[in-house]
Ligand binder design. Structure first.
Ligand code: BEZ
Ligand code: MG
Length: 502
């Protein structure tokens, strides 16, 4: 929140402005207070503590009917995983159950069972379509606010696990952006797609460049074909280009690259067969990059394999780069409260990596947005807003880091990973403000007692954390004041010296 910008933006009388500011401040504080956060790591056979059960049930009550809440509470406290593992090791049968997110589907509890996958023919189902429509509406509203008009093209990440958890919400989002819908037969199976008319749609067809994970490619072959068909229907529809951006881009790409329109309509890109990931996360973790453009190139070299348009996984770098050059908004869903942008490095390698690649191809950074709809207060947020929310609720929240420290060595490693993952969002999206780095340095390095606790539990991670903050400063993503920098350098030096003596 920026009160000066607010003042500049609207010329309302000062007291009305102050009232609006206080109202928004209250909403922001409530959002932070009510957000469910993990307070520690999972330990085999240990069910949720009573406080965590109560918090989870409260959040579940926003999505689930009252009659299932008692059962959720009982199942969360119950946890017998080792006897299941032993049963499997003895070659015995373990009954499968649904896998996924407990807030969306309480039937995933209790844990310690086999997971069964999905029936791809039922995906995306009707609830997923409904929720996808809500997200697409919010995404387009936010994108219009950021870009000043309908975005011509959205770069969207598709993960396998997320579509498993949500019965294909993200797949449905792609269809809805294009102005297409799944066709369902009498048995409820999605067998084809069709275009919604422009009149019914009431807006232009938005182009989408899909970056699918290797896991998505492996699990959702049927949907690669359905999505590809939707892209082709849109690309070849006889409609005015100003109302059909898929058509406009396909014609321009075919002309510029000298390929048939059939090929220029390819919009689904993933890894080469049998390979996974972007490597952008590994490069950042290991400092194996010099210029940000190196990471854009790495992303493209891993993810430029086209699925659809009869290309069947062939490398199609020119098509991918040209498609990325039209992207104004990049987007990914954050589908559970368990993992967010700073908990794992995969959001950064995908959403961040694609955003860097767009910036290189287009010469301008896209608006980077995330769908955060797990709780009732869900919304589409900018990546900057999401990082601020996560930093306040997790990395700079004593409840979160004390929960991690209770795990000792592994907990400190987790804290260090959060700092490194946060740094990744500087590298890919310039999305980390000064207060975040100031806060992390103050909390974990310059606070003598906490820093000593980290060192005692895991000296390697404690040193890595301090060095990552120095890297943020050294690479120009953070300008600490001189005394902070000097203190940080001194402490990092001490931690390194102590490691030498180990
Ligand atoms: C996936 O589910 O597709 C996925 C999950 C984590 C990292 C990369 C991909
Ligand atoms: Mg990993």
């Amino acid at each position: 929140m920026n009160i000066e910008a607010d003042h500049a933006a609207n010329g309302a009388p000062a007291d009305a402005q102050a009232e609006a500011y206080i109202h928004r401040l209250r909403e922001d504080l409530l959002e932070i207070e009510e957000r469910l956060i993990p307070t520690g790591l999972h330990v085999l056979d240990r069910g949720f503590a009573p406080g965590a059960v109560a918090d989870t049930v409260r959040t579940a009550s926003e999505l689930q009917p009252p009659e299932v809440l008692d059962q959720i509470a009982r199942d969360l406290a119950l946890c017998d995983e080792s006897s299941s593992i032993l049963a499997v090791l003895e070659g015995r049968y373990l009954r499968p159950a649904a896998g996924g997110d407990v807030l969306r589907n309480p039937a995933v509890l209790p844990t310690g069972r086999n997971l069964h996958g999905l029936n791809p023919a039922l995906i995306p189902n009707a609830p997923a379509l409904k929720l996808a429509q809500r997200t697409v509406d919010a995404l387009l509203e936010r994108a219009r606010a950021e870009t000043g008009g309908w975005p011509e093209s959205v770069g969207l990440v598709l993960w396998g696990t997320d579509n498993l958890k949500t019965d294909g919400e993200a797949i449905a989002q792609v269809l809805l952006l294009l102005g297409a819908r799944p066709l369902v037969d009498d048995l409820g199976r999605v067998h084809d797609v069709a275009l919604t008319s422009l009149e019914e749609l009431g807006r232009p067809r938005i182009d989408v460049v899909v970056s699918a994970s290797g896991i998505f490619r492996d699990l959702f072959g049927h949907h690669l074909s359905l999505l590809d068909r939707a892209f082709h229907l849109a690309a070849l529809a006889d409609e005015p280009e100003e109302r059909n951006f898929v058509r406009a881009h396909t014609r321009a790409m075919a002309h510029e690259l000298g390929v048939p329109e059939e090929q220029a309509a390819a919009r689904i890109f993933s890894n080469a067969t049998g390979t996974y990931g972007t490597n952008v996360n590994f490069a950042i973790e290991n400092r194996a990059w010099e210029r940000e453009e190196d990471l854009a190139d790495m992303f493209v070299s891993r993810k430029a394999f086209a699925y659809g348009s009869h290309l069947e996984g062939q490398q199609a770098t020119a098509l991918f780069e040209r498609a990325l050059a039209s992207v104004q908004v990049t987007f990914q869903n954050v589908d559970s409260l368990e993992f967010g942008l700073t908990d794992i490095d995969h959001y950064n390698e995908y959403l961040g990596g694609m955003s860097r690649a767009v910036q290189k191809q287009r010469g301008q950074a896209p608006a980077v947005l995330v769908g955060d709809f797990v709780s009732a207060s869900g919304k589409v947020r900018s990546v900057q807003e999401m990082i601020a929310l996560e930093i306040r609720t997790k990395a700079l929240n004593p409840r979160w880091y004390e929960g991690m420290l209770a795990h000792g060595y592994e907990g400190v490693r987790e804290i260090e990973a959060h700092v490194s993952n946060t740094f990744g969002w500087s590298v890919t999206c310039d999305a980390v403000p000064k207060w975040v780095y100031d806060g992390l340095a103050e909390c974990y390095v310059l606070d003598e007692s906490l820093s000593q606790r980290l060192e005692a539990l895991n000296p390697h991670a404690a040193a890595a954390l301090a060095n990552r903050l120095l890297e943020a400063s050294g690479r120009g993503y953070w300008q600490p004041n001189a005394s902070t920098l000097a203190a940080l350098k001194a402490r990092a030096g001490d931690l390194e010296d102590a490691l030498e003596r180990l």
